[in-house]
Design a protein around this ligand. Structure first.
Ligand SMILES: [Zn+2]
Length: 229
């Protein structure tokens, strides 16, 4: 199983060739895309053809995790290819705008459910954000967990039990009081479980790397890099 970081920024990308939240999990012929923030789609197509996307998981409907789904549909129309997207259902105009399209097969999912995407099994966990948000546990030959955006909550421990990698929203500075976890939580998850961590969802103005100098199992996610899980 491989994880490629397409975009790691939030709530907007750093200037230049960067993107907000988007990650690609690949195993054999299965390609799972997780979130599709602004700038992500073109960077994603550097790596795979949209026709080879098995499914897309959307953690929550904030713009920095979804907005390139709108640009992506033009390419789907050109290719006349369908894509399957898993997310929570929301009764909002933004939900309809994102998913009401003949080439998008939206499958509503919720906490406690699991689905198959190619060779992978996805299990969903409720997170704690300003809007409903799911973490996903991706099980294949290896297991990784992506938190989406969230405050600290005990469901994260349930999700990461026995997993090989945690891709987590833990890149905010200590003292940050918004709806994300700070760098201290990455250290806590690693100290309590020994799990390898990729810390992501970076603000362009803050580099969390110095915080993790003494933590060999915690890395700051690097865009364009493919991680062997
Ligand atoms: Zn968010």
């Amino acid at each position: 199983m491989k994880l490629t970081v397409i975009g790691k920024y939030g709530p907007y990308a750093r200037s230049g060739n960067h993107a907000a939240s988007c990650y690609l999990v690949s195993e054999g012929d299965t390609n799972l895309v997780m979130d599709m923030g602004p700038g992500a789609f073109s960077r994603l197509t550097d790596i795979i053809d949209p026709r080879d996307i098995t499914a897309i998981f959307i953690s929550h409907l904030h713009y920095d995790h979804t907005s390139d789904l709108l640009a992506m549909r033009y390419r789907l129309e050109e290719l006349n290819t369908k894509v399957r997207i898993y997310s929570l259902r929301e009764d909002t105009p933004w939900f309809s705008l994102l998913f009401d399209h003949p080439l998008i097969e939206h499958i509503p999912v919720g906490a406690g459910q699991s689905v198959k995407a190619g060779s992978l099994t996805l299990r969903f966990y409720e997170m704690k954000h300003t809007v409903p948000c799911l973490a996903v546990r991706v099980e294949g030959e290896k297991t990784l967990v992506y938190t989406g955006d969230t405050l600290y909550n005990e469901n994260i421990y349930e999700a990461i039990r026995g997993a090989n990698l945690l891709l987590s929203d833990t890149s905010k500075p200590l003292g940050f009081d918004g709806p994300h976890m700070n760098v201290g939580y990455a250290k806590e998850f690693n100290e309590r479980t020994g799990i390898r961590i990729l810390s992501t969802h970076l603000n362009p103005d803050y580099d969390p790397a110095p915080e993790f100098e003494n933590y060999p199992d915690i890395e700051v996610a690097q865009e364009g890099k493919t991680y062997e899980i």
